[in-house]
Write a protein that binds this ligand. Structure first.
Ligand code: AMP
Length: 309
């Protein structure tokens, strides 16, 4: 459908500049009400279209856009949501400072070929208030690593993702490996909900110097931006040491932690090597492993990870 629409545009007389702008605008629907998105999706589903969905909090970068591109390739209709979910911010000042760039986001999504942008207000998502009366329990998976350093974060994330899944009911859900623990929890959520949605985990998009793209990067000072790529260098080192097979897993984690702690201005929250499915501490070399880290640089919290085998 999307392709046909493009072909039709091509065979028309080339529109004037202003008209071209409007035409482009018309290609992506911007929806703020749940009933409107459901109406749109009902029509699409009735005509047999597969729906791909990428939930975000906006301030979009190429990492987010890679999810849209993957959805365009996989599904017939791509929906992106932008919703800065208040319930997943354990630190109120982090929520206050979260970058908002609606105009730029709309432009990027249009260029990427997104079909629908869903941008609900807080009251639309939480008409009964933001209190989570029946939080789902994922035990250890929610309590470790990010769960330990950001208490309540995953409960809020699950609350909003479940609500979004109920609203959109996508065939495919696109999430980034960047938020490793998040995608594991959402995988469990989908199973618990007995949903038919297929979770597609997309690789981490990085800057040229290796820093994982993040909406938070723009808040780094020039100096801190300069040292931030050290995070990925150390993750690569962990992967290299693991593959060489000379050091024990615990020693690799210790050496990498030490290297990050030695970076000027960097505060290490954790550097851990864990089972890549359960996030339990690594026991054997032949289980699937992931190295995960969180650091603070000038008060900005950055996370990253790498699969070891
Ligand atoms: P956020 O807006 O930070 O909530 O992220 C929305 C989605 O984009 C999540 O599924 C993230 O994992 C994904 N994402 C964020 N950064 C990246 C990146 N650098 N590469 C790939 N996916 C990303």
């Amino acid at each position: 459908m999307k392709r046909t629409a493009k072909i039709i545009t091509k065979t028309r007389k080339p529109p004037k500049k202003e008209e071209a702008k409007l035409l482009k605008h018309a290609e992506m629907k911007i929806i703020t009400q749940i009933k409107d998105i459901q109406q749109n999706l009902y029509e699409a589903r009735k005509s047999g279209k597969k729906i791909g969905f990428a939930p975000t909090m906006g301030a979009l970068h190429d990492g987010h856009i890679s999810l849209i591109q993957k959805s365009n390739k996989t599904a017939d209709i791509t929906i992106c949501s932008i919703f800065v979910n208040p319930t997943q911010f354990n630190d109120p000042s982090d929520l206050k400072k979260y970058p908002i760039k609606v105009k730029e986001d709309i432009n990027l999504l249009q260029k990427a070929g997104c079909d629908i942008l869903f941008m609900p207000a807080v009251i639309e998502m939480y008409p009964q208030g933001t209190k989570n009366h029946n939080p789902r329990d994922f035990g250890f998976l929610c309590q470790t690593l990010e769960g330990e350093f950001r208490p309540g974060h995953f409960e809020g994330m699950v609350q909003v993702v479940e609500r979004l899944l109920d609203i959109v009911q996508p065939d495919y859900l696109f999430m980034g490996q960047k938020d490793y623990q998040q995608q594991l929890i959402v995988g469990r959520l989908i199973k618990q909900m007995k949903s038919k949605t297929r979770l597609v985990v997309c690789p981490i998009k990085r800057e040229k110097d290796g820093l994982a793209m993040s909406s938070r990067n723009m808040r780094l000072s020039q100096k801190n931006r300069g040292v931030a790529p050290e995070i990925y260098k150390v993750l690569r080192l962990a992967q290299k040491l693991f593959r060489q097979g000379k050091l024990r897993i615990g020693d690799i984690a210790e050496r990498c932690s030490g290297q990050l702690k030695a970076v000027k201005g960097m505060e290490l929250e954790y550097f851990e090597i864990r089972n890549s499915l359960t996030l339990q501490p690594a026991r054997r070399r032949n289980e699937k492993l992931v190295a995960l880290t969180a650091v603070r640089l000038g008060g900005i919290r950055l996370i990253d990870n790498i699969l070891l085998n």
